[in-house]
Design a protein around this ligand. Sequence first.
Ligand code: AMP
Ligand code: ZN
Length: 456
Amino acid sequence: MQKETLEPAPPVPLGIYVCGPTVYHWIHIGNARTFAAFDVVVRYLRYRGYAVKYVRNYTDVDDRILARAKEQGKTAPEFAQFFIDEFRADARALKMLEPDVEPRVSEHVAEIVDIIQTLIAKGVAYESQGDVYFAVSKYPAYARLSRRNLADLEAGARVEPGEQKREPLDFALWKAAKPGETWSWDSPWGRGRPGWHIECSAMSRKHLGESFDIHGGALDLIFPHHENEIAQSEGASGRPLARYWMHCGFLDLENVKMSKSLGNIVLLRDALEQVDAEALRLFFFSTHYRNQLSFSEKAIADAELRMEYFYETLRKVDGGDGGPEAAQVMAEFEAAMDDDFNAPAAVAVLSELFAELNKPSKDKPKMAGLKRAALRIGGVLGLFGDAPDAWLERHRARMVRQRGVDEAKVKALLDGRAAARAAKDYKESDRIRDELKGMGVEVMDTPQGQRWRVLP
Ligand code: AMP
Ligand code: ZN
């Protein structure tokens, strides 16, 4: 992998295509990490002034969708629609931007058939008993992205039972419908449905053109998916598919890639029962998107504490009535993000900024400028979208639940402490403070009165 200078191709907008979910299940936090990484890429490019067209697809035609729909007595379109809706709810919960286009395979079959016909006409694809395959040996540029060696690939490839291909490395563009398979379409080769890889070639061409700027996904997609997309798209158009490829590293659980097939997954929606959405995003940004990231309960709990500190600070500091953000801080943030979207470096800039915001200062315009910088940077990372009071209230409620704190008792003790302080009985007020501490609760005296938080 190497870094390159981003020089988007005219005409605007800058096109970005991200391979989206296969909608047969709820997404796990590994998927969420990848989508959150590209969410920040899009937000940052827009912050930088680029007009961006963001396309993220739904793979709604897939063996697993057909099989599970059947098990549940649903039609495949009903089943897929259910998980598309669920995905959208999850994406909103994680505060992700909506892409400009969310194309589905089932709505692009004509475009898929069109590319396949071009590939057959060019001699790089062939029909075989109702299936159509891409002929890898007819396409010399194959596997340049992953820099794999064809001989090695050939040694590892085999023809599975039921496949009609000529050579083991060939891959399916179109699969003839099996008897009883209802979600299928008419084509020049009979009824059938698209193979997996061709969908992204067809949908990216339709919505971004033959050649666009950025193509993304996680590392597992480099081979064969993206390699095959390149072979199909470039084989048909003769033009480079994407100018830049970006691949996100895996989220691991106990050092094993989180994956549906391995069963070691934490669903995003389950994680969001335990941790705040912005805290989960902050956890994702603790490592560069290209690197592997390890999930643990402690890591997300720490991220939530960090968010609590950020929001406490935002609540405390007066942001004034508008005006510029602190320029030096914004320059540092841009330097971080211009270097391959280095979100952890951007978070480090935020950390310094919050340390500064926590130092006592009489320079109100300076503090206001710093706070506005914090909010602007937060906006690009998808953080600080809540009002501090509301966020802190939700955080406390979650902590109360997780620690089993007796909230009614806390409130009674706080009332007692307020009364003691009003009577200037500081001995009693300190005693109550200690009693609360024993319950895992910290009291803070602020100009607005007592506030309390659950200790970590
Ligand atoms: P899928 O629904 O399996 O096609 O995956 C949707 C997206 O999540 C793809 O871009 C995958 O590459 C990505 N992905 C899958 N597993 C992980 C993981 N453990 N960590 C990060 N990204 C992942
Ligand atoms: Zn794709």
